[in-house]
Design a protein around this ligand. Sequence first.
Ligand code: ATP
Ligand code: MG
Length: 408
Amino acid sequence: MQIYKVGGAVRDRLLGIPVTDVDRVVVGATAEEMLAKGFRPVGADFPVFLDPRTGEEYALARTERKSGRGYGGFVFHASPEVTLEEDLIRRDLTINAMAEDDHGNLTDPYHGQRDLEARLLRHVSPAFAEDPLRVLRVARFAARYAPLGFKVADETLELMRQLSDSGELEALTPERSWKEISRALMENQPQVFIQVLRDCDALKVLMPEVDALFGVPQPEAHHPEIDTGVHTLSVLEQAALHQQPLTVRWACLLHDLGKALTPEQDWPRHIAHEHKGLKPIKAVNERFKVPRDCQELALLVGQYHTHGHRALELKASTLLELLQSFDVFRRPQRFEEFIAACEMDARGRKGLENRNYPQADYLRGAAAAARGVAVQPLLEKGFKGPELGEAIKRERLRALKAYKEGTH
Ligand code: ATP
Ligand code: MG
């Protein structure tokens, strides 16, 4: 049997980027031979093995044939006769379809090296169109390698467009889609992921609520970039520049969905867009079975981001309601993430990227003031049950009033 490194490990070594996960392909072996050598089988669908000593993956060379719609509709054929070239041709991009042996010799039948130099994400063969997940994968690689100057090749974008228009994207499971979306949002330039999906018509299939933001104007005084879609991309860009976690990035992407629902005669103002946004945010959350923490933050940021921007003008009672909505007393971290999302929203505007955002510290101070109210003295005064709750609330309100007076 011959063993080769394949995929990301080869690509990233040639790019001079640190390699984290190494995939290997095994040519000329049977599953029985792998088991006899001590490899452990993983995955039910195709013959992949783990080296128990290193945890690295070894896949038997295989060919694939599409047999129906969606991911389930694949027939795999792995046998010792499958050649390296046959295995490589089923891969998505030329830069992912190179193999390297132990001596560093490269096998590159589909000119991945040429495309690495040309900074092009190009499909290997027309079979690309057999798995709609590849639309998301290519957009994700575009987001990751944009800082190096990579672009999607025109003919690949055209194939991605055909896939989007064919309805095949709808066959993706929520789990597979979310895995790609969440990884893409954590890349260097997540805004490129959304832009590429838009360029190939996939965004209007996957997230029509986000696609609908493009072409919707906002008041120039607050939004020099005007277009709500452009603003959303800038907010995502800021979130990545500030290394925000996935929860914050997800909330940034969805925070303004309500603006797509404003009647045109009301443009460029967006009255009550925060509340109108809740329904579409919920729809996107549910479509991809998004993890609970991301779902919750997106809804809260959607509803309250304008409160964040107006923090310094809020009455003490409104501040308290805001803090309670976030359950800041038990979940301080989530409130921090809200503040971060608001700040990214404020910076994701043309020419305002480096503005100050005093609201952030003001909100932190308000949370600290309210959290500083001690319960023990109230217990000692004999408050209990609902009365205790009311007393705590009264004290917190008093603390917030004092905070406002002290800081204004
Ligand atoms: P990463 O750095 O994200 O791990 P990678 O290129 O190694 O990037 P993997 O998901 O680990 O990506 O997959 C390893 C290789 O398997 C890819 O480089 C590609 O050749 C192939 N591959 C994975 N998923 C697909 C797919 N859906 N369609 C075609 N080829 C795929
Ligand atoms: Mg990999």
